[in-house]
Design a protein around this ligand. Sequence first.
Ligand code: MN
Length: 378
Amino acid sequence: MENERKIMILDTTLRDGEQTAGVVFANHEKVRIARLLSEMGVDQIEAGIPVMGGDEEKAIKEICQAGLKSSIMGWNRPVIKDIEASLAVGCDAVAISISTSDIHIKYKLQSSREWVLEQMVKACEFAKKEGVYVSVNAEDASRSDMTFLLEFARAAKQAGADRIRYCDTVGIMDPFTIHNNIKLITEKTGMDVEMHTHNDFGMATANALAGVLAGASWVGVTVLGLGERAGNAALEEVVMALKFIYDIDLGFKHEMFLEAAEYVSRASGREIPKWKAIVGSNMFAHESGIHADGALKHPGTYEAFSPEEVGLQRQIVIGKHSGTAAVRSKFKEYGIELSRHQAQELLPMVRATAVSLKRSLFDKELVYMFEDYFGKRH
Ligand code: MN
């Protein structure tokens, strides 16, 4: 893939992420998260929904006034007073969102395709007259009739929209289908497309990347993939996959990814799963004998990139699956030079203890085990 292609990142942790059932950020947390996102290199931050008023409006205003490098986008229905609220707090970009699928138009909007087009065009023309950047969001785009979606995208372009957001609202896309769809939209309309993918079948990141390969120039993400139901494509996954799989370096300060993930985790009350891609604490933890031995000899044998790239550390875990190389290296950390023979003697005990405790061992437990077996050092 060509390296010079510019892919832009929109982060919606503060909007879609906060729409996660049960998640509320305090105002100072929203501002702090926005600062982290901007410092890491996020191009545009969807900061929330200004027309909600109250704390939401205040927090977005504060973010707009924080002097961040990122563009700040407000989320809106295709309603003039929504857009006025976004402009009033100082957003330089607006998302104008309306459903394009028949199931949404019929049951949620209880209206018609013509009405949808009309609302979108009116709102878009109003926003463009005010001189802000406009993303027109096709909600439920992935279940929309393609002919209508193309008509919608062309009408948005005509009305001055800067891009269209392709929303896989219920997360039912797969990478192959979404690739076809995005290719069609970019080729037929020439519109900049933003991927907005949900993770209901575990394919949010894969679908976002497939969209990029098909010509989408923006990717919507959230820290840790926070978001409605199963969440969105994760910022850290998309950025690292683009860099390490596709050789597209967006210039992010990705060594901050762990710090940002931990902050968002605390603020949202959502723990980071140990096995979370990119920033989970198990990403660089090696226990099995063969893996630990390989990783100790050359980390590249069992790691896709170095832990420092995202702020993590390599960890050799001693437990049921450990081998002698890992045990010896662990003791070395404590200044104990174990012979291969001693390690072999210790290993059955290490394994039996791990099985009886049903977990890996703390370093202290290992040292005690060594002292009990070989007598105190010195
Ligand atoms: Mn969403």
